[in-house]
Design a protein around this ligand. Structure first.
Ligand SMILES: Nc1c(NC[C@H](O)[C@H](O)[C@H](O)CO)[nH]c(=O)[nH]c1=O
Ligand SMILES: CC(=O)[C@@H](O)COP(=O)(O)O
Length: 230
């Protein structure tokens, strides 16, 4: 038995970038290439190898995510909600999000911004953004840094659950852009330079806004995906 999934495909047009692939239900390691040939299993992102003293050492090499180079947000309207706790970090994330949305051809007029105090406030603001601003996707930016008390776990848990529930109930993609760090150094490393996570979060918004609009029939699908999708 096979299931259908959607994934970006580079070097093609915006809507055509979304094509359905047949994937074996046992996992991505056993997938079918588009031609129907069995694809080679992908290397795992964590490798267990024998370490000193006979114990197992687990090496976590982060693989990250690749995006299509032809992401096109021309017809998208994107909401961005930024929380001000750890302001230097969230400002830097916001700058990367806006720059990347522009690179993906989202018009300045179609980027709607709002600020809230902390990460705990993000879900309500995201909901109000969806209800009042006709956005195709919302990026929620925040930065939680572990302190001495349990607020970190409580806020991270509740905010992430609320954002997930919100995107499922509204069918509006919400990007989880909350850094959850132990130290400010970790947060800085993830909000500056080429590793600024705002870059991939903006691309996620453009990709998911496109997926939503194509799959809900709001936009015509590209030639190839139309054959498979509808
Ligand atoms: N400690 C952090 C917070 N705390 C504040 C809460 O998010 C919230 O604003 C307050 O409890 C009022 O409801 N927020 C962050 O975004 N990051 C933190 O590290
Ligand atoms: C809810 C919070 O983030 C904040 O009140 C936690 O404060 P503290 O770090 O003093 O426990």
């Amino acid at each position: 038995m096979f299931i259908l999934t959607c994934r970006p495909h580079s070097a093609r047009g915006p809507a055509a970038a979304y094509r359905l692939h047949r994937v074996h239900p046992l996992g991505s390691g056993v997938s079918l290439a588009p031609s129907g040939r069995r694809a080679r299993p992908r290397a795992p992102s964590s490798i267990a190898s024998p370490g000193q003293g006979g114990s197992l050492r687990v090496q976590c090499a982060k693989e990250g995510v690749r995006f299509s180079e032809t992401l096109d947000g021309t017809s998208l309207r994107v909401g961005v909600v930024r929380s001000r706790w750890n302001e230097g970090v969230t400002e830097s994330l916001l700058e990367a999000v806006k720059r990347t949305l522009k690179e993906c051809r989202v018009a300045d007029d179609n980027v709607v911004e709002v600020e809230v105090p902390g990460a705990f406030e993000l879900p309500l603001a995201a909901r109000l953004m969806i209800e009042t601003q006709r956005v195709d996707a919302v990026v929620c930016l925040g930065c939680l840094i572990k302190g001495e008390t349990s607020h970190f776990d409580l806020i991270a848990d509740k905010a992430s659950a609320a954002l997930m529930q919100l995107q499922m109930s509204t069918q509006t993609p919400i990007v989880f852009g909350i850094l959850t760090c132990t130290t400010m150094e970790q947060a800085t490393a993830r909000s500056t330079g080429a590793n600024n996570h705002g870059i991939e979060w903006a691309k996620t918004a453009v990709e998911m806004g496109t997926v939503k609009n194509v799959m809900l029939g709001k936009w015509p699908a590209g030639k190839e995906s139309k054959k498979l999708l509808f």
